[in-house]
Design a binder for this molecule. Structure first.
Ligand code: NDP
Ligand code: PYC
Length: 347
């Protein structure tokens, strides 16, 4: 049962369990144009992000999902078609549906191939990915596998040295098992800031760090609204982030048969927000490479040395901390947002 409380700083909030939030989101997706199978996958993904404090890809995304479904841009009932193309290669045509149900459909075959061959690739095409990427890779590491995924998004990033946007925000996520702890996971946009975080900054009236983006005249700006209103983002780390973003375009689109970030045209679908692109996932069975202690123990040794070198906060730590807190105390949500979500579920 959820519990209303008064939060002195942010106004009234209410606490839900993970199961309650997932169920609420599932009802919203079903009411707004997805099959029950798709709703199951997307609601779990979205609640997972909210639970872990990944707010740019939690319930913040619901209006974008719904306006996209209403626009007819994405097929909420798509049935992905899985193809077994080679000993280490699985392909999925998401059929203009969401990427996560395509991954779910192909996952058993992908894992079986990775365990058999030592490595397997999943190439998803004609898919819409509107979420955080780490939920796609972390579960593999919990099964003792190493996973790397890339997805391209929508044109909003100027390549290094360029004068107009071309790349998407193109994240890279990696997960590896680690003895005695949660998996080691990182997930990062190759843009200086994720597009979702620019939207959140604009909504909250806060500036973005120098080097995040440019305005419509190509001039550097710290105003998130200027970046969103005809401006563009920059890659992180100059030419290095730009090269990684190029790699993501090649792996997620050229290799899968999906669209590059600049290739789709959603102008005839007002309200469409989800990029219609592709996603690549590489899964490795590290036991095939072991010569001694085993991969997870070697991960532990590396982590201990990182701690000894002074790195106290590893990637993933913040999320795991938020997750532990939510598991204990529930997921705290502003009452106003929850009322909106409940209204959407009832519509
Ligand atoms: P962040 O810059 O917030 O974080 C990137 C990674 O660095 C995370 O693994 C984070 O761990 C880690 N990290 C952050 N701060 C530190 C620190 N001080 N020391 C050590 N590690 C740290 O993420 P982004 O803004 O780049 O991306 C946000 C999300 O947006 C991602 O989930 C991404 O998948 C999503 N996204 C999705 C797109 C799509 O097309 N679907 C497109 C672009 C982005 P931790 O998680 O613990 O904070
Ligand atoms: O935050 O950059 C982003 C993003 C793009 C698509 C989904 N999220």
């Amino acid at each position: 049962m959820s519990t209303p409380v008064q939060n002195a700083k942010d106004g009234a909030s209410e606490t839900l369990s993970f199961a309650e939030l997932t169920e609420l989101l599932r009802q919203i997706f079903v009411r707004h144009g997805t099959s029950s199978e798709v709703a199951e996958v997307l609601s779990h993904n979205c609640a997972t992000a909210q639970r872990d404090g990944a707010h740019s890809h939690g319930t913040f995304r619901i209006p974008g999902y719904l306006s996209t479904l209403a626009s007819g841009w994405v097929d909420g009932h798509a049935q992905p078609v899985v193809e077994d193309v080679a000993p280490g290669f699985v392909r999925v045509d998401a059929k203009n549906g969401f990427a996560q149900p395509a991954l779910a459909a192909a996952r058993p075959l992908l894992v079986a191939k990775a365990r058999e061959a030592g490595i397997a690739i999943l190439a998803i095409r004609s898919s819409h990915h509107f979420a955080a990427l780490w939920p796609d890779v972390e579960p593999f590491a919990r099964e003792g596998l190493v996973a790397l995924s890339v997805v391209n998004s929508m044109t909003c990033v100027v390549p290094h040295g360029g004068h107009r946007p071309l790349f998407g925000t193109n994240p890279i996520a990696f997960a590896a098992p680690c003895e005695g702890s949660d998996p080691l996971v990182f997930d990062m946009a190759t843009s200086a800031l994720a597009h979702g975080d620019v939207q959140i900054a604009a909504r909250s009236g806060v500036k973005v760090p120098p080097g995040t983006g440019v305005d419509r005249n190509g001039q550097p700006t710290d105003d998130p609204k200027a970046i969103l209103d005809g401006g563009a983002l920059l890659p992180f780390g100059g030419h290095k982030g730009s090269a990684l973003s190029m790699m993501v375009e090649l792996l997620a689109a050229a290799l899968t048969g999906g669209n590059f970030s600049f290739e789709f045209d959603w102008s005839q679908h007002p309200g469409a927000k989800t990029p219609w692109t592709g996603q690549l996932i590489i899964v490795i069975d590290p036991s095939k490479g072991e010569t001694g202690k085993g991969f997870a123990l070697r991960s532990r040794e590396l982590v201990e040395q990182m701690h000894a070198a002074g790195q106290t906060r590893l990637s993933g730590d913040r999320r795991y901390r938020e997750r532990a807190r939510a598991d204990k105390e529930g997921i705290s949500m502003p009452c106003e947002e929850l009322a909106q979500l409940r209204a959407l579920a009832a519509q």
